[in-house]
Design a protein around this ligand. Sequence first.
Ligand code: F6P
Length: 357
Amino acid sequence: MKRIGMLTSGGDCQALNAAMRGVVKTLLNSGEKMEIYGFIDGYRGLIYGDYRMLTGKDFSGILTVGGTILGTSRTPFKLIREPDENGIDKVEAMKKNYKKLKLDCLVILGGNGTHKTANLLRTEGLNVITLPKTIDNDLWGTDMTFGFQSAVDIATNAIDCIHTTAASHGRVFIVEVMGHKVGWLTLNAGMAGGADIILLPEIPYDINKVVNAIETRHKNGSRFTIIAVAEGAISKEDAKLSKKEYKEKLRTRKYPSVSYEVAAQIQEKCGREVRVTVPGHVQRGGSPCPYDRVFASRLGSEAGSLIMEEKYGFMVGYVNREIVRVPLEDVAGKLKSVDPDAAIVKEAKRLGICFGD
Ligand code: F6P
């Protein structure tokens, strides 16, 4: 008999349900008897003892459903050691609820911040297994996170749709892609959508190079230019600022996001008509793509095996096309960014894509 706590934390993404279903189906099919405690809205549920008893039935029919049946919320790691507004010690409260319910382990699905807290709980003596979710694909220790491929599909579709209207009007179009501080989503969706210019946080851009690339395209007979801009893209000048100075710049800048700043600069420098499209949270929504359904199911299956073997303290990851068990302490607190010298960036440049560097 296993008593399992489960929670999804941080921003949602596609295939969270598919991954949880993978864990539960694996355990059910092994003949293992179990009690599943689903904590509501991430760590918040574990802190305040807000949970729902779940059975196999709750995981039926959710393979294709986006979002999370448990709900989620952001519980910032930097505040986890600070008491809440009523003086409750959050870490102690989580430990207390874990012990009160006599859990054998916690299955935690999340991204970067979630993994820091998961690792903290491990060091506090709880049995933890994690699964890597995020559309940003920025989690260390895994080549891929689930949610990423679904978001690539959506962002690519946005660029595809923009293509025809950009061509009709002969405009410059910017599509702003999510990804927080990293450029995986923009790089992949940009290449898949045939973007002419791709701006990533990892490769600070020079606006003059961007304008040159647009002008060169026009000289060569192209009526339009598509630019995929990561929400975290940064100019060469801004990259020189200290963290504090940059934060202040973001706080006071007159544009809602980097794309609008780039658009204004292009318009000013070459007088071309520029339009900005921000798909935003659409990229996190809807049904998981077939790749993510399979991928999340595989990760969930491995997590189920870990539980049966009573091996804890691992994130189930994907390295060199294999499902692997990665020690949580190797994952927590590290960001996986795009290497500006990576083969994919070099290949993209050989295809003629400008990165503004
Ligand atoms: O981490 C996933 C993500 O969608 C990022 O790409 C984005 O920067 C952030 O979450 C948005 O967060 P929120 O949903 O809290 O606005």
